[in-house]
Design a protein around this ligand. Sequence first.
Ligand code: SAM
Length: 284
Amino acid sequence: MRSQNFIDNKPLIYLVATPIGNLSEFSPRAIEVISSCDLIACEDTRNTAKLLSFFNINKPLVSLREHNEVSESINIINKIKDKNIKVVYVSDAGYPCISDPGHKLVELALQNDINISTISGPNAAINALVASGLPCDHFYFHGFLDPKKKIQKEQLNKLKNKEETLIFYEAPHRIMDTLNVMYEILGDRNACLARELTKKFEEFIRLPLSKMVELEENTLKGEMVIIVEGNKEDNSSSYNDEQIIKLVNEQIQKGLSTKDAIKITSEITKINKNSIYNIYHSNK
Ligand code: SAM
């Protein structure tokens, strides 16, 4: 399906990126589009009302968030079809759909022959990545890890061989636990914790994970993004998980302790002991 948003004579929903802290990052084009729409669908009407009041804009708001994303998207699409109204969608901060609601609205709109356009603006992941000092040419955005430690470990195990720079969102009350799990599973990689981006107390902490886990928890407040270096190990020997587990088991059958079997397997495969340990124990 090809869509030419400003040529097709079709209804158009704008996804408008909003500031992640600094209100002056709301662009003139965003203000123009919002000022000329009929309805603003938003994640949280109170947050969006505050943003609009700062720019003296007064528009009807309707809440479209995780718990009503499908039903409210259908309502909005019906209103667009019946009354040909102009609709904008904004989340609480940054881009809609990026660790935020909006995707269902996009999907259903496209199925209903409604075009989608975006108004550019800030995004916490990209702001953090480009200033991190870590390679930006290839990156993998994960967003939030699962809060449950066991699932978090499984997710990180799946990511640990990626060579791309890794990007995570995290909440301050979970940051130390998450950094510790990252250190355990990914090993001692270079990382950058970007805090309070675009705000007065914006801070970049560029340290290896081994030093990051020693930070005082009470100094890590506010909103934060974690950028972690991709896998730099030489994987040319490229043993898969099954082969690694087999090698460990062979050593155990020869009478070695699990610890020693992991050490020997690490020497054979040239893969670090931590990684072998994680592969062996998460697949037992
Ligand atoms: N849609 C947003 C975007 O485009 O970046 C992300 C929304 S997600 C629900 C919120 C998370 O983004 C926060 O928990 C934090 O990890 C990150 N974040 C948002 N604003 C930030 C800021 N000013 N500084 C650092 N991280 C931020």
